[in-house]
Design a protein around this ligand. Structure first.
Ligand code: FMN
Length: 193
């Protein structure tokens, strides 16, 4: 039987849409702490495999991440010989680096699978270890929390194409890697009910 809580929860899910345009208002430290807490409350594969929530509020760092990603993506595309493949990527890539204007980024950082996972033959160690899958659950928690605060946001998987370059910029440990990101802020436009 539905309960008032389940109805409210479904309404929250129904109202959620990705937001990619933000007002200039900064995310407050109190809001950021709700987002980080929601992120860390998500379940993690294996109980705790070192998922880390890396908040980025510094505008110049956010711009540098988008720009580093865009340049590295361009360099990778230039190495593809097939014109058709290159042009399809160029079109798709438009979605990857728009976040340079986001007021706040939550970066999910995951631990790389240890050697004993990587050495099992014929498996995808990343999938089985579950770091990136856990990151996706955590990012969604944070995005739903954003909605309860009147904020909006969008998952960003595209920047994982440049995980090494962006990871270096953030100073990640060699045992860690970049996973899903969430751009969050006050929506530039309110949606009509
Ligand atoms: C794992 C994942 C990765 C995503 N990566 C990107 C991305 O790189 N850039 C982007 O603009 N949107 C990205 N999105 C957002 C999707 O495009 C969006 O959720 C989808 O189009 C459905 O729209 P909605 O969120 O408004 O319901 C991603 C979503 C998910 C779940």
């Amino acid at each position: 039987m539905a309960t008032p809580e389940s109805d409210n929860f479904l309404r929250l899910l129904e109202a959620r849409r990705s937001v990619r345009k933000f007002s200039p208002r900064r995310v407050t430290p109190e809001e950021a702490s709700v987002l980080e807490r929601a992120f860390m409350l998500a379940p993690q594969a294996g109980g705790n495999r070192g998922l880390r929530c890396f908040p980025v509020t510094d505008e110049s760092m956010i711009r540098a991440m988008a720009e580093t990603g865009r340049l590295a993506y361009g360099e990778r595309l230039a190495k593809i010989g097939d014109e058709e493949v290159r042009s399809r990527h160029a079109e798709y890539g438009e979605d990857f680096f728009w976040f340079f204007n986001a007021p706040f980024l939550l970066v999910a950082v995951v631990r790389r699978p240890p050697l004993y996972f990587q050495e099992i033959p014929d498996i995808n160690a990343n999938l089985v270890f579950g770091g990136h899958l856990s990151a996706a659950m955590a990012v969604h928690n944070a995005l739903l929390a954003a909605q309860t605060l009147g904020l909006g946001g969008c998952c960003l998987g595209g920047p994982m194409l440049q995980a090494e370059e962006i990871g270096k910029l953030l100073g990640l440990d060699h045992r860690e890697e970049l996973s899903l990101l969430a751009a969050v802020g006050e929506p530039a436009e309110r949606r009509k009910a």
